[in-house]
Design a protein around this ligand. Sequence first.
Ligand SMILES: CO[C@H]1CCN(Cc2c(C)cc(C)c3[nH]ccc23)[C@H](CO)C1
Length: 314
Amino acid sequence: VLSMCGLAKEHTQARDQEKNPWHVTISIRRTGRGFEHCKGALVSEYYVLTAAHCFTIVDRAEEIQVTLGENQRFEVAAVRSHPLYQIGKLKDRGIPEFYDYDVALVKLSKKSGLEPGQPIRWPICLPCTAGTTRALRKPHPQTTCRNHEELLLTIGNVPSFFVTDCKHEDQQAKGLSRRTVKIRNSEKKIGCEADAKKASQYVNVTDVSQVVTERFLCTGGADPEVDPNTCKGEEQHLLLGHPRNHNRGCLCGLVGVISWGVVDVCRNRKLPVCETGRNRHEGSPAYARDFHINLFKILPWLKEELRDEGLDFL
Ligand SMILES: CO[C@H]1CCN(Cc2c(C)cc(C)c3[nH]ccc23)[C@H](CO)C1
């Protein structure tokens, strides 16, 4: 079955949830400390993709809930972090957190698309599947995985966006807003990655490649204009603005999973204003960069874990 991914209402009258049906909230009950939250992306009928660091080794599936849209709750059958994710791997070198391979798949206990009376929850397309070929309006099966990477990740500043909770200025209602960022590729990449050393916990990092490995994409900074930054709890996904018409996210599909940032701009934990993005830490420093796991670098794991989901991997 050709997974009907990336189908969402794009017209301006559509409600936030209809524009971003794949955007989910993951709530983890921590005994004595209430709930912690992360964001995730529905990538098939049963699976949500998110960051592995949202979970600890003791979290059990029973403690985790996934909410689609405003209030459609799902229980979780299993959480599978990438086998090479090991946040404490460099502790003995004075590097407290290491985010390499920071991705996890959360399996829902029932299919996400079949609730009577609920809107269809279209998943977002994964790279190197027939769905992304369709979203890119390219011929199938002639278009290869390499073509996807060339189309989506080669030019210097790749227009992309992430989705964040926000509140509408007037009626204080909660909404979702798309925050446009540029993936710093080719010549912009070096400067972007170098700022990782400004993170408070990375004072002992001598060579930035110790913490920013091949698996990462880098966004943020102020060149040519200031990019919005992510906050803790917004681990989720980076979508792609269409390489040609930058003004509209083309639902070309998932490219990365937000993993960590140098500065947590939501210190005051107030939701940003939907229309303007105000309330974020005003005037983030130019070194406020964000790092995302590049899905093109973890395809074997994705294909293996999602082999029964009918996603037609290329
Ligand atoms: C290397 O040291 C830093 C790692 C990241 N940490 C927090 C964090 C996480 C965990 C996840 C996301 C999505 C974040 N976006 C912005 C900050 C932030 C703090 C920085 O504030 C210390």
